[in-house]
Design a protein around this ligand. Structure first.
Ligand SMILES: Cc1ncc(COP(=O)(O)O)c(C=O)c1O
Length: 506
């Protein structure tokens, strides 16, 4: 691809213009062509010139109507976007102004026409200097404590008694779901897959939702990727985010890494892990853009009451907040009557984060997804995904779609395990009530008892791991008086026996 830059830049106002051209070439297939239909132009903006970019895209001389997007890539990992419909050869497109506190390093033009071979583009922009004056740069991610702890023990300890995923299956067992599945897997083409996910996969995911269709689903390579993409696509310094805590660490840390200010909507053991709506309302500010929720909840295994959920959505709507709803434990409510609506169905600015890992028990497939009816949110995530994984693994796509078409079978078995194991835990905690205070989970395969009289729980969990049973110390959630237990595995009764044998005397 030839890149031809035209620079015109005044140091004071940082007006810039850049254009690019590429030599035509024949696309070999739609996915490859879609990837090729993107061009990077590097405007000559002065370094460290934060401000507003207003991309205006003058279209190539020839061309039919299509959608284009200009994505400004900045010195932060957060991109900014502008986009619009382009019609005809001379029309130009001006996107809405996009604010960035970072210096613009390049602008990427994405053309939706699969057959486009990027003729010539011309972009103009304006970076008024000093608008925010905050070129803080990206904030460093601190080590993910849950993952670091598990990295030491997960694959070497005999019993996992703290896993958040349910009992898994082999590929062979999945293939038994459909008579021709084995042949179809063998015939799966190991080329690039479609970036938003193939139609079969998106359809299977959409069947979970009531009002959200296959076209409103974006597959990711794990829910973890979805967290990274959504936060970084949406947030930048100057924004404010509210995160329900305690939480899966990346929900908090990745939000912080965008440079946005993060407030915790704290839930407390002493309040029975209640959701304090007044406290939530007090946290909302004019700069608040997003509220992260996780229901059913990691680590407590509790589930928000329906009237509370409705109130949270009302509040979000009143303030125009995006609700980023981490629903990776959804469909594993111990009583399905308590299931909350998916945020993508309940709210026009709701984003549901899903995963094949937890309730369905297939974390090795590394498939997650984002579902939202708001097109701009999907677009922002899709644009950033070109810089992480581009598209999902072809065999995982196939197997995830297959599994989701039979998700009732997966859920029935996993719910059966959870329902059998939970009374055993109840009995255990009753026998050791002096040590453990048990808030009985109502959803998911995890719970978060408070522990007294054992001392340093991280040290205790390390010793237990040596003895063959893995608990997760609450310190990884900034809750050092708790441990996380998991009861979604078939061998949990044997694991509990080992734990009981290694309780400190007293
Ligand atoms: C609340 C929550 N969200 C997201 C994830 C990530 O799931 P995945 O395996 O799909 O990356 C986890 C994993 O533990 C989780 O507990």
């Amino acid at each position: 691809m030839g890149l031809n830059q035209v620079r015109r830049c005044s140091a004071a106002t940082a007006n810039w213009t850049a254009s690019a051209s590429s030599a035509p070439s024949e696309p070999t297939n739609a996915a490859a062509a879609a990837r090729r239909a993107a061009v990077l132009v590097r405007p000559a903006v002065p370094a460290n010139s934060p401000g507003t970019i207003t991309p205006s895209l003058v279209m190539p001389r020839s061309g039919s109507a299509r959608t284009c997007r200009a994505v400004a890539l900045t010195s932060s990992t957060a991109g900014c976007m502008a986009g619009g419909k382009v019609a005809g050869s001379t029309a130009d497109m001006t996107g809405p102004p996009v604010r960035t506190p970072y210096s613009v390093q390049s602008v990427m033009i994405l053309d939706s026409r699969p057959e486009a071979v990027l003729p010539e583009y011309h972009v103009t922009g304006r970076d008024p200097p000093g608008i925010s004056g905050r070129d803080t740069g990206p904030v460093e991610l601190s080590p993910f404590r849950i993952e670091r702890f598990y990295a030491r023990y997960e694959h070497s300890t005999r019993f996992m008694l703290s896993s958040s995923d349910c009992e898994s299956r082999t590929i062979g067992a999945l293939l038994e779901f459909e008579p021709d599945a084995h042949e179809r897997l063998l015939a799966t083409w190991c080329g690039y897959t479609e970036s938003p996910g193939g139609p079969e996969l998106r359809q299977a995911i959409a069947s979970i939702y009531e009002r959200t269709g296959a076209g409103e689903v974006l597959a990711t390579s794990s829910a973890e990727e979805g967290i990274f993409l959504l936060y970084h696509a949406l947030l930048r310094p100057g924004d404010h985010v509210i995160v329900e805590t305690p939480c899966y660490e990346s929900a908090l840390e990745v939000a912080r890494s965008t440079g946005a200010e993060v407030s915790e909507w704290k839930r407390r053991y002493d309040d029975g892990w209640a959701h304090d709506l007044d406290a939530l309302e007090r946290l909302i500010r004019p700069a608040t853009r997003l509220l992260y929720l996780n229901q059913p909840h990691n680590p407590t295994g509790t589930l928000m009451a329906r009237p509370t959920f409705d109130r949270v959505i009302d509040l979000a709507r009143a303030h125009g907040l995006v609700v980023f709803s981490d629903e990776v434990y959804r469909e594993l409510e111990h009583d399905p009557a308590g299931r909350l609506p998916a945020a993508c169905d309940a709210y026009e600015r709701g984003v549901s984060l899903g995963s094949i890992s937890k309730s369905y028990g297939l974390p090795g497939l590394r498939t997650g997804w984002i579902a939202t009816r708001e097109a701009a949110l999907r677009d922002a995530v899709a644009t950033l995904k070109d810089y992480t994984t581009i598209c999902a693994s072809a065999p995982s796509e196939f197997l995830t779609a297959l599994a989701l078409r039979h998700r009732e079978v997966l859920l029935d078995r996993n719910l059966g395990i959870v329902r059998r194991n939970l009374p055993l835990l109840d009995g255990f905690f009753e026998r050791h009530a002096a040590t453990f205070a048990w808030t009985r989970p109502t959803a998911s395969p995890i719970g978060f008892p408070r522990v007294t009289g054992i001392g340093d729980l991280t040290r205790y969990c390390e010793q237990l791991a040596e003895a063959g049973v893995l608990l997760l110390p609450g310190a990884v959630y900034d809750q050092p008086d708790h441990i996380r237990v998991g009861f979604g595995r078939a061998n949990m009764p044997a694991a509990l026996d080992v734990l009981e044998a290694h309780l400190p005397a007293g």
